[in-house]
Design a protein around this ligand. Sequence first.
Ligand code: NAD
Ligand code: G3P
Length: 399
Amino acid sequence: MCFYCLFVFYSVPPPFAIVSLSFPCPLRRNNDVIMYKVTVVGSGNWGSVAAKLIASNTLRLNSFHDEVRMWVFEEKLPSGEKLTDVINKTNENVKYLPGIKLGKNVVADPDLENAVKDANMLVFVTPHQFMEGICKRLAGKIRPDAEGISLIKGMEVKKEGPCMISTLISKRLGINCSVLMGANIANEIAMEKFSEATVGYSKNKEAAERWVQLFRTPYFIVTDVQDVEGVELCGTLKNVVAIAAGFVDGLEMGNNTKAAIMRIGLNEMMVFSKMLFPSVKESTYFESCGVADLITTCLGGRNRKVGEAYARYGGKRSFDELEAELLNGQKLQGVLTALEVHEVLSDRGCVHMFPLFSAVHAISAGRLPPSAIVEISNEKPRYTLHYKLREAVVFHVKK
Ligand SMILES: NC(=O)c1ccc[n+]([C@@H]2O[C@H](COP(=O)([O-])OP(=O)(O)OC[C@H]3O[C@@H](n4cnc5c(N)ncnc54)[C@H](O)[C@@H]3O)[C@@H](O)[C@H]2O)c1
Ligand SMILES: O=P(O)(O)OC[C@H](O)CO
């Protein structure tokens, strides 16, 4: 029900309200049936901004239910109040997105099963390490006609091999799952500064277009590409490069070195993606999810920030400690992803093809000093990009 209808419902005496509500709502452009109900699973920094973007559109678009439910991993604030209660009272996520109103139609809900039960559009946006547990809890509890989208930048490595988060969601919940990635530092989008994003889908173009409609605003431009793996791997792997960029900042190596790290990183991202999924399109790297996200994350992201601090302390303080000190409950993805990438590379016997990814893992695991990150950029490249791409694909086919 829209705000006008709610107003009629509560302020007009019952018999007249029923008559009024049986006419088409004057605030709706036509009398479409409302078909889609959205729940956001996650309420961190990006999760809260995603809820804000979506909530501004569900109010405007006929086919979406106005209310947007947002699942909150409940926690107590220093005041003793519950985060969910404070969000619902103030319309602000005071811990993960202070100072920004989410929209009155965002309802925070600490009960995961309750939050998803009526939704047929599920937006997943939690740190990737929590998704396995969340999927276990949700299996069999969601609508069978639900569609999913993952905004999560990360992957899992299982015994059977690497598993993208959208695949985990698809398999565990039995639903189609697209992805949305891009140059999207959440705090900037919260302030409605212009940015772009990419929706990646595999088969269902219609669903992808609906996601574009749900997220797109005049300041948040979303396009779709048929390359779900390419888009998701861009978002996942750039976090490893961002850690490297942070090391370079901490070592005060300057802009040329950082640009070199970004170039080498992009190269490794492309080769790694092709190795896992030969179908990944090179053009995807020129969408917002590719080179643009790599740039923004290496300039202004949280992975970069904590990587910088790690190098400034000469590797003497752990990432966990620095994350807790600098990010107030927000989570880094890059260190865990570097480990996951390393496991894939070791398993396939091709660590040597990825000196930057491997150095980030070795440094963050404390086996090399932060300065090792620039030593690898002194190495003569042993392959051209095309040679590497070919080798990666051949390797994949052999496996
Ligand atoms: N913040 C950004 O700028 C940004 C932008 C684009 C994509 N992303 C991606 O979005 C995803 C979510 O990041 P975010 O920034 O919204 O989160 P965040 O790092 O700001 O917050 C951490 C969240 O995890 C929750 N949490 C803590 N323990 C948990 C548990 N055991 N189970 C479930 N949840 C738990 C916290 O309550 C909080 O909501 C990540 O994959 C990130 O890479 C973030
Ligand atoms: O702050 P980071 O490093 O998690 O990066 C945020 C976004 O992914 C940038 O698009």
